[in-house]
Write a protein that binds this ligand. Structure first.
Ligand code: AMP
Length: 219
């Protein structure tokens, strides 16, 4: 967890877009699209949306011109199938005649590791304002419970942040997402960062690791 926050900070630092599959799915739910209707019940139960649907969503997004200088995938890949699809998709792009190989940057996988109890608090304590400000009832509570400090609007809890759905999401993570970590671990361009520290320290650790990778690539 904390991946959304860190992805946004990386976006600002490197000037490349953050592509959050969870955000795209939530936007589809808000817009009542056919994808949103399928995704909602799965997400509300802590399950994953099917690989085919999510891969297509990512393919469409990666076809946008703002991804040319790189991008941050947030919450993707979440299954081994998605990771293999991404490998093949990027290899396919490299073969396209109009593609400049310099545009296809090497993939760096970042795993933010968080203790189970911390994660429980981060997720079940999360409250969000209508404009997207994120609070936490444990670690970053608003001055007035349930109200945004900036405009007093009512804070809401994501339906999938309840304790029951959290337990389901953990099961999903262990069975389907944990193998993705091993997929990237063996490849060298894999960064593991301790997420049980203040946001700024996590950012510093990620930047330091990216810097080290860049240095070693230049030698
Ligand atoms: P997130 O905002 O990343 O925590 O994602 C919220 C929910 O959206 C997840 O629990 C899944 O139900 C769904 N979701 C997000 N990304 C993916 C993905 N890559 N594959 C399948 N389902 C996803």
């Amino acid at each position: 967890m904390g991946k959304g926050t860190q992805a946004k900070l990386l976006m600002a630092e490197f000037g490349i877009p953050q592509i959050s599959t969870g955000d795209i799915l939530r936007a589809n739910i808000a817009g009542s699209t056919s994808l949103g209707v399928v995704a909602k019940s799965l997400m509300d139960q802590g399950q994953l949306v099917s690989d085919d649907l999510v891969n297509q969503m990512v393919a469409d997004r990666l076809a946008q011109p703002d991804t040319k200088r790189g991008y941050i995938l947030d919450g993707f890949p979440r299954t081994l199938n998605q990771a293999v699809w991404l490998d093949e998709h990027l290899a396919g792009k490299l073969k396209q005649s109009d593609c400049n190989p310099g545009e296809i940057l090497p993939v760096v996988a970042i795993h933010i590791v968080v203790d189970y109890d911390q994660l429980l608090h981060r997720i079940t304590g999360r409250r969000i304002s209508p404009t997207g400000r994120i609070y936490n009832t444990y670690s970053n509570p608003p001055a007035v419970a349930g109200k945004c400090d900036v405009d007093g609007s009512t804070l809401v809890q994501r339906p999938d942040d309840s304790e029951e759905v959290f337990a389901e999401r953990m099961k999903t993570f262990n069975s389907q997402t944990a193998p993705v970590i091993e997929h990237y671990r063996g490849r060298g361009r894999f960064v593991e960062v301790d997420g049980d520290q203040p946001v700024e320290k996590v950012t510093v650790a990620i930047n330091a690791a990216l810097h080290r990778l860049r240095q070693s690539a230049n030698h």
